[in-house]
Design a protein around this ligand. Structure first.
Ligand code: ZN
Length: 246
């Protein structure tokens, strides 16, 4: 299965806490996690100069699941690229929005809402609860996972009601969050997964890694439909007599 990881490289990741969390950089770390589990990975790094042009039509066409982490440079991505990703998801490609990718252009295009949420960045404890134990994303994941330090993302989260709500997060400050949610968009699946602030080593937690692997597997297309040929209706079979209804 072919994954395309689009990860940001921002100044916060170069600061003391960011380097401590991921000395190899978060994108490289997550790419390696997928690679060592047998996935074919293309890693695209967005920095302040990136406008999304690295995400070519060819890459989009080859991608089974696109996994996106961004924060500072959402607005730099061209609308045209976000729209191409949206259409690819309609055709079957999976899209996973991690953490601050809730405000990424492709995710917002797929949701059609502001995707605003409440947040507080003091590195508090989060307890992630599995709600849907039978869901494929929850397989092999403990009933709850404690993340010692995470940025609080809480409700109200302005998203369409998810088709499937897999996990909910609780924070030390009392807030709750729909932390792992799934939507179907025509033929493709969209997953949002909340943990993963860049200065907290959340993606190093084994249970979180299991979830990252599960979301990629779950979002993969069973069949890529691609562009549909417009259906041309044929005449109905036999006669239709309106008088039959009287
Ligand atoms: Zn964050």
């Amino acid at each position: 299965m072919k994954l395309t990881l689009v990860f940001e490289d921002n100044a916060s990741m170069h600061g003391e806490e960011g380097v401590k969390a991921y000395p190899e950089r978060m994108g490289a770390y997550v790419a390696e996690l997928y690679k060592k589990n047998g996935y074919e990975v293309t890693l695209i790094i967005n920095d302040e100069h990136s406008d999304g042009s690295q995400i070519t039509d060819e890459i989009i066409a080859q991608t089974d699941v696109m996994i996106w982490w961004g924060h500072w440079y959402h607005d730099n991505i061209r609308d045209e690229i976000a729209n191409k990703i949206r259409l690819a998801v309609n055709g079957g490609m999976g899209f996973v929005a991690l953490h601050s990718a809730h405000h990424s252009k492709p995710f917002k295009a797929l949701m059609g809402t502001t995707c605003n949420l409440s947040w507080r960045e003091i590195g508090e404890r989060e307890r992630l609860w599995v709600i849907d134990h039978a869901h494929p994303i929850a397989q092999g994941v403990p009933e709850s996972v404690v993340i010692p330090h995470e940025e609080m993302y809480g409700e109200p989260f302005e998203i369409p009601t998810p088709d499937e709500l897999v996990m909910a997060g609780w924070f030390q400050g009392g807030e709750i969050m729909r932390s792992c949610a799934v939507w179907k968009r025509v033929n493709g699946k969209v997953v949002f997964f909340q943990p993963g602030h860049e200065t907290n080593p959340t993606y190093r937690i084994p249970a979180i890694q299991k979830i990252l692997l599960n979301v990629a597997e779950y979002a993969k297309p069973l069949k890529k439909i691609g562009k549909r040929v417009n259906h041309k209706p044929q005449p109905p079979e036999g006669d239709i007599k309106i008088t039959d209804w009287e």
